[in-house]
Design a protein around this ligand. Structure first.
Ligand code: DAH
Length: 338
């Protein structure tokens, strides 16, 4: 019979070996766990034990080894946290902590919130609609003729295009105006709401244009709504957003869904650049064909609508000269808008 190691005695030894310092821990490792350590040596010697003892011996030695590894790991972890290198100079609790980077809302969200607040005070509610639209809501109900260039692949992202059945087309909405249609179809006049949201255009990406941007649409339908009401609403809005000193102008324009149509420009001077007129929105009196498309009698009801670009307004307010900055999520840019 070969000589069997006294496992119990070894267990006792491993449990009581001092591991309270780096040096002791290293001695422990060398003695039991290293390549020439006791346990390694015993494991290597299993083959020399009597065949009937081998299985039991292997099992017991493995338990022993696990015990030693556990003791080693626990001791080294506790040595690291109490005295170890993790407590470097920058963990000194008496030092001033490094500044934390506070999150802040995106400049686009800030502008959007201000626009919403102004219209909320003017009595407008907020509505929204889907970004994936059908041909009816995005174009047809808004009085776009079949050959209108906006219906071209070059301007619109088509998700589904049926050459012979344009009414089945699905697009990423090119403006927020289709939400007007949804609002009017799903309810009864009067309506007074703004409709903020994301829109998409198939444009090449430059400092001035991006494939997606944000608009805020507005709609007011009631009895005897007039162009004077529209002008008053737009001017009040612009003065709230840009300040009382604001210089603006209102020009005639054209949109299929309004008649008459207009555009509003504001005079913008920044830094040392010469001032210039900048268009901020399109608007007009809701076209009778649009009211008819949603079963509202244009003899009884009238309304105005407007749509503004949130990126443009944000860029002018914060003097941002490249629209792509608004979409890069570069922390150096974003931290400038606390
Ligand atoms: N939908 C237009 C665009 O994307 C903006 C617009 C103009 C909206 C006039 C309106 C409006 O509601 O009346 O360019």
């Amino acid at each position: 019979m070969s000589h069997l190691p006294d496992i119990d005695a070894l267990k006792e030894e491993i449990s009581s070996f001092p591991v309270d310092s780096k040096e002791n821990l290293e001695a422990f490792r060398l003695k039991y766990l290293s390549r020439k350590g006791r346990i390694t040596e015993l494991l290597a010697g299993i083959g020399k034990a009597a065949p009937e003892d081998r299985a039991r011996l292997g099992k017991e030695l493995n338990i022993l080894k696990n015990l030693a590894v556990l003791r080693f790991d626990e001791a080294s972890a506790s040595l690291e946290t109490s005295t170890g290198k993790k407590r470097a100079a920058h963990d000194d609790p008496t030092l001033t902590p490094p500044p934390l980077l506070n999150g802040s809302s995106h400049p686009l969200s800030q502008t959007m919130e201000e626009i919403k607040t102004i219209f909320y005070r003017l009595g407008f509610t907020i509505a929204d609609g889907p970004e994936l639209e059908d041909d009816f809501h995005n174009f047809t109900a808004l009085n776009f003729p079949p050959e209108h260039p906006a219906r071209d692949m070059q301007d619109t992202f088509f998700i589904r295009k049926e050459e012979d059945h344009p009414e089945k087309d699905l697009v990423l909405r090119t403006h927020t105006s289709p939400v007007q249609i949804r609002l009017m179809k799903n309810g009864k006049p009067p309506f007074r709401a703004i409709m903020p949201g994301r829109v998409y255009r198939n444009e090449s990406i430059t400092a001035k244009s991006y494939c997606l941007f944000h608009q805020v649409e507005g709609l007011y339908v009631d009895k005897k709504v007039s162009l004077a009401d529209l002008k008053h609403t737009l001017i009040t809005f612009a003065r709230h957003l840009f300040g009382k000193q604001l210089k603006y102008r209102i020009r005639p324009s054209f949109f299929p869904f309004t008649e008459p149509s207009l555009e509003m420009d504001i005079w913008w001077e920044t830094g040392n650049k010469p001032g210039q007129w900048m268009e901020i929105l399109g608007a007009g009196m809701v076209h009778p064909n649009v009211l008819k498309a949603v079963d509202i009698d244009p003899e009884e009801w009238s309304g105005f609508a407007f749509g503004m670009g949130v990126e443009r307004i944000t860029m002018s307010r914060y003097e941002i000269d490249d629209i792509r900055l608004l979409y890069d999520n570069d922390i150096r840019f974003l931290t400038q808008f606390p």
